[in-house]
Write a protein that binds this ligand. Sequence first.
Ligand code: IPD
Ligand code: CA
Ligand code: CA
Length: 270
Amino acid sequence: MSENYEEWLDFAKNLAIKAGEMIVEARESATFVRDYKMDHELVTSTDIAVDQYICSHILRQYPSHCILSEESSPNLDLGDIGEDVPVWVIDPIDGTVNFAHGHHHVAVSIGLYIGDQRILGVVNAPFFKECFWAVKGSGAFCNGKRLTVSGAQELRNALVATGFPYQKTALAPIVERVSHVLHHCQDIRRNGSAALDLCWVAAGRLDAYFESVKPWDMAAGALIAEEAGAKVGYYLSNTSVWPDVVNGEGLLVSTPQLYDDLRALIDVGL
Ligand code: IPD
Ligand code: CA
Ligand code: CA
């Protein structure tokens, strides 16, 4: 592993662990307030505080790097960034609805890419005391233990995770996809954290995951899944403003053997 990658990985792991402690502390002391962005999307004061904590440390340590962060810089124009500039992609709390309701599927997600390459990903799930990470070409790990995807080969034995958007206007094709999965697979899960869904595919706890998500939901988890042997692809073409390396629109991640069948199953022509 290159020296830079090793240094960045240690730095990201430390941030994700400290951020996780902030999240658990806020939950246990119930010292957070709820708000809504874009009218309907829940955001808490802890999302903002953790975002500030992570971004300020990155800025101080690596002033020449860029940051795409859900809460403080979601509209960063990635087209303007040089091919060799490291870009950190941050979701301070992935699973905000779970956090606010006291559920444990909550994660801090820190990804880093350069040009068209995902370089590293750290996803820390503080309530489960599990920290997942991967560096390009070096495998994926959870608390130091190497991860491998499940051996699932057939749809009828596959446990498939997905998620639903805050926006209720485009639910019809999503419901149709879910119906196909329910009819042909073992079962479905909606755990409420895309980053953790990806890590759970990496750990073989889920056989597949599909959803349309944002860059900060998937930048770290997609690399972790890939490094554990998952196939990372798409069931929709990229019509988003995001470059392919962090595009989460129509994301499909599964064991290599399930990928083609699942892609065909959830292709509802939209
Ligand atoms: C959400 C979670 C959820 C997914 C949503 C995301 P947030 O992220 O990842 O699982 O279904 O699409 O927006 O809002 O908790 O950071
Ligand atoms: Ca998220
Ligand atoms: Ca979030």
